[in-house]
Design a protein around this ligand. Structure first.
Ligand SMILES: C[S@@+](CC[C@H](N)C(=O)[O-])C[C@H]1O[C@@H](n2cnc3c(N)ncnc32)[C@H](O)[C@@H]1O
Length: 215
């Protein structure tokens, strides 16, 4: 665990996106202006319940964390981390405009600034494909570390299929083998509860959970 300092992140590492405003425009175009329902569908497999604490890793401009906050309610803890200062600044502005108390911090998935067993649910959408294999494994191990025993991890990413179209074009650089997505979760010592297509583009989800040894 790193301490919660913003200097712990490495903003220049590969895969970090700095063009936050353009990112939102791009997603809006790709979802034909229906980003809110797109986010809700991506989040659905996590089965969020009121009061649950949530961390979104690689939160980008914060839209998924905002959708999560709507589900868990105002008194529940919701955090988002991203190594990009631009993404975090935009996330904070969006949460503030929506009058939502969400803690956005600059940090990396491989070294989360949170204590063990902090969250009921950890989510990460369209982030893992940005990382090299070793960093991916480390990110999922970190996600498990900050999950409470019995907590849930939802990972969503593009899978390798013969995709055409605009979104396939924008993600031609990085896709994850669906089996690899499952292996990342099981190799981190978690059980896969559910997995499959999200129904959105070629995005696949894996929902994992873990139980503390001897619990
Ligand atoms: C394609 S965007 C997805 C953003 C958001 N999760 C979404 O669904 O729109 C990938 C995000 O991962 C972030 N990222 C890149 N490397 C990362 C790392 N090592 N740890 C955490 N986030 C990372 C990027 O800065 C970017 O915001």
């Amino acid at each position: 665990m790193t301490t919660a300092t913003e200097s712990s992140a490495a903003p220049s590492s590969p895969g970090v996106i700095h063009w936050a405003a353009r990112y939102d425009i791009l997603v809006s175009l790709l979802t034909f202006g229906r980003e809110r329902s797109f986010r809700e569908r991506l989040l659905a497999p996590a089965r969020l319940q009121p009061g649950e604490s949530v961390l979104d890793i690689g939160c980008g401009t914060g839209t998924l964390a905002i959708a999560a906050k709507r589900k868990v309610g105002t008194s529940a803890l919701v955090c988002g981390i991203d190594p990009s200062a631009e993404m975090i600044a935009r996330s904070r502005r969006k949460a503030s405009r929506a009058r939502m108390d969400i803690a956005f911090e600059i940090a990396q998935a491989e070294s989360l600034p949170f204590p063990d067993a902090r969250f009921d649910v950890v989510t990460s959408t369209v982030m893992l494909h940005h990382l090299r294999r070793a960093a991916r494994s480390q990110a999922v191990i970190e996600a498990r570390r900050v999950l409470k025993p019995g907590g849930r991890l939802l990972v969503v990413d593009f899978v390798r299929q013969s995709g055409k179209g605009l979104h396939a074009h924008f993600h031609r650089h990085g896709r994850v083998d669906p089996r690899d997505l499952i292996a990342l979760v099981t190799d981190a010592g978690m059980n896969v509860i559910d997995s499959g297509p999200t129904g959105q583009w070629e995005l696949q989800f894996v929902l994992g959970t873990w139980t503390a040894q001897g619990a």
